[in-house]
Ligand binder design. Structure first.
Ligand SMILES: [Mn+2]
Length: 339
């Protein structure tokens, strides 16, 4: 954060305020970690601060210090609206367009408080009085660390509660410190957070060791069903309704399974086909590595779309017919699937 902005924030925070802190819709580890970390810091400074999330957050984050105080806009609209309307300072964290809060957007746009944005995504819009935006940062949690350091001139105000919150978001947003956004500075920040009480091993367990028996059984079934088409650098997985039922499928159990195909050497296109008898469709997820656009592929053939490397789609014919159609299509993409 530049000197001018930290001066502005410092003088704002020198008097007591009603403050709300907002993460994006479908908040992840970084969104919840950064908002809670900032909340603890502001409260310790004698401010009134509350986190308001547009909707609920995942179970694997429901141990974080202060998470029980988070107000969920979707469930508690009147209370949340009152806080937002009365707030004199509104922090928005881990997003940079007001559309990212979904149905909360109107309330935020009508709010009269002073906005402060802390975020690491591309192309911030200009709704905030103070915009601390840096796309080179690993996470918003790393930025909250910098924010506190800039205001306090050191990091002694970072308590163990704050450290545990910020560690969680840095860990989840860097894929456990392996993505290219992880710098030596990131590691120095994390080292300091551990010194200040972040329980790194416990956090890792709480966030990642959350499998259920049904999830592991379905994963086993999916991996057994995987078909590898070496000529097309493609791997696909099928899961029939019968297989899901046999393994006592619960919502969320198939999340992320599609990515296993890409962990194979030389595979750049991975797909999962999941039969849904209730809806009478096959749900499809596409993933790719490199230039092959699964967004275009899903749009052209499976009534879907998404991003270049991650997209979804569906099919209205049977599982067998769907995979046959898929395999038949691959030949016309052979050049793009060279890897
Ligand atoms: Mn983030």
């Amino acid at each position: 954060m530049n000197k001018e902005d930290s001066k502005t924030v410092k003088s704002l925070l020198s008097s007591p305020h009603k403050i709300v802190i907002i993460p994006h819709k479908n908040p992840d580890g970084d969104a919840i970690g950064s908002t809670l970390g900032l909340m603890h810091y502001l409260k310790n400074k004698g401010q009134q601060a509350v986190v308001i999330a547009p909707n609920d957050f995942p179970k694997f984050l429901k141990w974080m210090p202060g998470q029980e105080e988070i107000i969920i806009f979707e469930n508690d609209k009147e209370v949340a609206e009152k806080y937002i309307t009365e707030a004199s300072i509104i922090f928005t964290l881990d997003f940079n367009h007001l559309s990212r809060v979904g149905f909360m957007q109107e309330t935020l746009e009508a709010a009269e408080g002073t906005f402060i944005m802390i975020d690491h995504h591309q192309a911030p819009s200009d709704y905030a009085k103070v915009t601390y935006s840096d796309v080179h940062m690993s996470s918003t949690c790393e930025m909250v660390y910098n924010f506190i350091e800039a205001i306090e001139q050191d990091t002694s105000k970072i308590t163990s509660k704050i450290a545990n919150c910020l560690y969680t978001g840095i860990m989840t947003d860097t894929g456990s410190f392996k993505y290219s956004s992880t710098t030596s500075r990131t590691h120095r920040v994390v080292a300091d957070l551990i010194d200040k009480g972040a329980e790194n091993m416990a956090i890792h367990n709480k966030v990642f060791d959350t499998n259920s028996p049904s999830r592991l059984h379905i994963l086993g079934c999916a991996l057994k069903n995987m078909v590898i088409l070496e000529d097309y650098h493609t791997a696909y997985i099928t899961l029939s309704q019968e297989e899901l039922d046999e393994n006592e499928f619960k919502k969320g159990d198939t999340e992320g399974i599609v990515n296993y195909g890409l962990t194979l050497d030389n595979i750049i296109f991975a797909v999962i086909f999941i039969e849904n008898k209730d809806e009478g469709i096959i749900k499809i997820s596409f993933r790719s590595q490199g230039n092959f656009s699964v967004n275009e592929f899903a749009r052209a053939h499976f009534e879907g779309g998404g991003h270049d490397n991650a997209a979804g789609g569906k099919s209205n014919v049977s599982l067998e017919e769907t995979t046959a159609k898929f395999v038949a299509l691959l030949d016309s993409y052979k050049d793009q699937l060279k890897g």
